[in-house]
Design a protein around this ligand. Sequence first.
Ligand SMILES: CSCCC(=O)/C(O)=C/O
Ligand SMILES: [Fe+2]
Length: 182
Amino acid sequence: MATALEAWYMDSCDEEDQRKPHRLNPNRPVSLDDLKKLGVFHWKLNADIYETDPELEQIRKDQGYSYMDIISIHKDTLPNYEEKLKMFFEEHLHLDDEIRYILDGHAYFDVRDKEDRWIRIAMSKGDLITLPAGIYHRFTLDENNYTKAMRLFVGEPVWKAYNRPADDFDVRQKYTASLQGS
Ligand SMILES: CSCCC(=O)/C(O)=C/O
Ligand SMILES: [Fe+2]
């Protein structure tokens, strides 16, 4: 039985290990509907059949995700592992949507809500998530220190990240405008 995606408001993790859950006490869960209001969408798929999965094929067709590759994030497989993890955890935005499908292992995506508070999204095998262009976010492994993820993209991929502050980009202004009234 697939477990639902879990997300929660974070405590401050300034000094402490970023890989810990960093829940508030008491926990303050965030629903899939709350995430949708921020432009964050989720699908649960069967990652055991990702190479032939018709559901994944349909999503790629519907959303125009023409590009895909697979990244394995582990100290033994990812060149410049420490440096990359540090970079992924810097608060940033992209000019395009970020689309990631977890094929194995675990990871956290943190996104800012409308009031600039951090929400932590726990990703595990079978979770496909899309973060909208212009949202401030960051990424980390959890305490298992491993994930394998499919990266999807519309057209030729652009991985460039703009660290905060990046408020002058059109994409950021469009994103914040899209939150008004949501
Ligand atoms: C799971 S892919 C590595 C993380 C990444 O590419 C990114 O932009 C995180 O925000
Ligand atoms: Fe990113």
